[in-house]
Design a protein around this ligand. Structure first.
Ligand code: PSU
Length: 297
């Protein structure tokens, strides 16, 4: 495990750090917007009083924080594993390049002593899971690794009611930030009432500390709605999601390939609007994560 100089300095000074994932860079957005977004997100974390630590595996080394050159390199690499809990040790042992999903980034953040992590959207229960059994490893990770994950909800390509039922079974606190309903990634309202609502970053940090003090394993999921001016409402997105899902089905897209395929098809079907929204929501999550990380100190 190697710390970037900026992250090492923050650790030494006891300053707040926000972990960022890298699958969104390699499998979630096209180049060059992926690298540009990663830089903007890092800058947003800094502007709100915390140090960003983008996490990735480069030639078998787990990096906690990337230099600008490493970020640029990662954004253009072709043969990058999409790494979750199961394959993270394999990727490191084999000396390969790996982009960390939400699950793997949580594991790395915890190893590095980082308590807060900002992403776009977590993985979840896929539609048709009753026959495919496709459930993201992000969900059980939230039940066992003590990191607060700030997202904009689960991606609307998923089965959202099943995703939240599953999290409830696992005992994961799902907290809507500043509203009663859960957001749905590109749009602010999923129509599903959140089990918990919080309006203050400091309360979220305190709840994580209480969880640890009580000896309960696992993290917290904070669902932060996309800013109003950036949202794409569900009625506009629904036909595009239906079309992308049908294509995935016809093309026998399965397992790890499903989410990247659907994100890419939505980018095309919405003439790039889904990407603009995705960037806005990640920036928004970076801001909130920085405030929660600062409140931990
Ligand atoms: N957020 C985004 N874009 C992404 C992801 C999150 O805005 O591409 C990634 C995360 O790394 C998450 C993964 O862990 O999507 C989910 O993949 P799967 O459905 O295969 O578990």
């Amino acid at each position: 495990m190697v710390f970037a100089p900026e992250v090492e300095a923050a650790r030494a000074a006891g300053q707040p750090i926000v972990a960022l994932e890298s699958t969104i860079i390699t499998h979630g957005m096209p180049f060059p917007q992926n690298v540009e977004t990663a830089r903007l997100v890092e800058a947003e974390v800094r502007a709100h009083g915390a140090t960003p630590a983008t996490i990735a595996i480069l030639d078998g080394t787990l990096h906690i924080g990337l230099t600008d050159a490493q970020l640029d390199h990662l954004g253009q690499l072709k043969d990058v594993m999409k790494v979750s809990r199961a394959d993270m040790p394999v990727c490191i042992a084999m000396g390969r390049n790996g982009a960390t999903t939400v699950a793997a980034t949580m594991i790395a953040a915890h190893l590095a002593g980082i308590k807060v992590f900002a992403t776009g959207g977590i993985g979840g229960v896929h539609r048709g899971a009753e026959t495919s059994y496709d459930i993201s490893a992000d969900l059980p990770e939230l039940a066992q690794t003590p990191v607060t994950v700030v997202c904009a909800g689960a991606k609307a390509i998923l089965d959202l009611p099943k995703t939240f039922e599953y999290l409830e079974t696992l005992g994961v606190p799902v907290i809507a930030f500043g509203q009663d309903n859960l957001p749905a990634f590109w749009s602010r309202d999923s129509g599903i009432k959140a089990p918990l609502r919080m309006d203050d970053a400091a309360d979220i940090a305190r709840a994580a500390q209480m969880r640890a003090a009580m000896g309960l394993p696992g993290g917290q999921l904070v669902a932060n709605p996309i800013p109003l001016e950036a949202e794409i409402t569900a009625d506009i997105l629904a036909p595009h999601i239906a079309a992308a899902l049908a294509e995935a089905d016809q093309g026998f897209i399965a397992a790890k390939a499903v989410t990247p395929f659907l994100l890419q098809r939505l980018f095309e079907l919405t003439d790039g609007a889904s990407l603009v929204a995705n960037i806005a929501l990640v920036m928004n999550n970076a801001r909130l994560a920085a405030r929660i990380a600062a409140a931990h100190h």
